[in-house]
Design a protein around this ligand. Structure first.
Ligand code: GDP
Ligand code: MG
Length: 173
């Protein structure tokens, strides 16, 4: 059984908790307590492999608690989220990436940059090109998602887990 620990980061309001809830139990909550910092677990079967999946949903404020610091150090997948409807939230991704790197050299681990709220395309402030550009700079995969419609939510986690399986295979050999 493969143990996968995931961190999700991004500015307040970009949809981190909504993404996690949608993936864990396929619900979309129109309102979600912004102060909640929580752990979730799920068993996943992917390409015949059993995955013990766990994720920490961060509130994204002030300095990280020791819990988050330790979680970062044990994590193997990093998810960075911005909202396509808020330009500033893309800038803030860089800040979260720097913060992670203060605790842990995440360079060789799967990382993904998420442009969330793709259903709100009429309010778009961040082009796909801008998102892709930052993803390239940070050496991340790039996906646009909607926690509301569910678009690409499973892909965030399935694709990064597959990358992690690949990474582990290269270490073994
Ligand atoms: P967090 O602070 O990053 O955890 O953000 P939340 O998950 O609490 O979401 C903030 C607000 O955005 C809530 O009102 C959500 O319902 C809403 N929201 C989150 N994801 C989406 C999305 O993909 N589309 C739309 N339309 N709203 C979303
Ligand atoms: Mg939240």
């Amino acid at each position: 059984e493969l143990k996968v620990k995931v961190c999700i980061f991004g500015a307040g309001g970009v949809g981190k908790s909504s993404i996690v809830t949608k993936f864990i139990d396929e619900r979309f909550l129109p309102e979600y307590d912004p102060t909640i910092e929580d752990f979730f677990r799920k068993r996943i079967t992917l390409n015949d492999e059993q995955i013990n999946f766990s994720i920490i949903d961060t509130a994204g404020n002030e300095e990280y608690s020791l819990i988050i610091e330790n979680w970062i150090k044990e994590s193997n997948i990093f998810v960075l989220v911005y909202s396509i409807t808020r330009k500033l939230s893309l800038k803030e991704v860089q800040f979260f990436h720097d913060k992670i790197q203060r605790f842990f050299d995440c360079e060789n681990y799967p990382k993904v940059l998420i442009g969330n709220k793709s259903d709100l395309f009429t309010k778009r402030e961040v082009s796909i090109e801008k998102g892709k550009k930052l993803a390239k700079e940070l050496n991340c995969k790039f996906i646009e998602t909607s926690a509301k419609t569910g678009e690409n939510i499973n892909q965030i986690f399935y694709e990064t887990i597959l990358l992690e399986i690949e990474r582990l295979k290269t270490i073994e050999n």
